[in-house]
Design a protein around this ligand. Structure first.
Ligand code: ZN
Length: 156
């Protein structure tokens, strides 16, 4: 990766880490799940409002964690809002591959909005730091549990 691109990514992560978006508990949320990453001490709650048609109408979170976990949760809430559950789960699968696999080992991306993919690329640098992968994916695992109706997630 070019250094200037890496710097840009770092800036975006720091910005989201310091000023997380959708850091709130929506009163009309109808799904929620707790996530816990004991390796790092990241703990968060993801709140979703899922419509009868299966559209994620609102996504938010609260919690305490490192800059990576907070930034990832913040970006996730922005990226998944307004999408169907199926789209959201496809994004999760793709994001997980971004964080854990080199480019040549990734599967063909499913039909995913390129804007969403570009946003998620920002965090793909964590795959060079395996211990950070759990920080980056915690919010997504937790969100997936909320969509499925589970309530507690631990990365252990
Ligand atoms: Zn962490």
């Amino acid at each position: 990766m070019f250094d200037d691109l890496r710097d840009l990514y770092q800036e975006v992560i720091l910005d989201h880490g310091k000023h997380p978006r959708n850091f709130r508990h929506p009163p009309d949320a109808n799904r929620e799940a707790k996530g816990d990453n004991p390796m790092c001490g990241d703990r968060l709650v993801v709140y979703l409002k899922v419509s009868d048609q299966g559209i994620v109408e609102d996504a938010a979170f609260l919690g305490k964690g490192c800059a990576i976990s907070t930034a990832s949760a913040s970006m996730m809430t922005e990226v998944i809002r307004g999408r169907s559950k199926e789209e959201v789960m496809a994004l999760f699968r793709h994001f997980h591959e971004l964080c854990t696999k080199d480019e040549e080992d990734r599967g063909e991306p499913e039909a995913i909005d390129p804007d969403a993919l570009e946003k998620l690329m920002v965090l793909s640098g964590v795959r060079q730091f395996p211990v950070r992968v759990k920080c980056a994916t915690l919010a997504w695992h937790t969100m997936a549990a909320a969509v499925d109706g589970d309530t507690v997630v631990s990365t252990e």
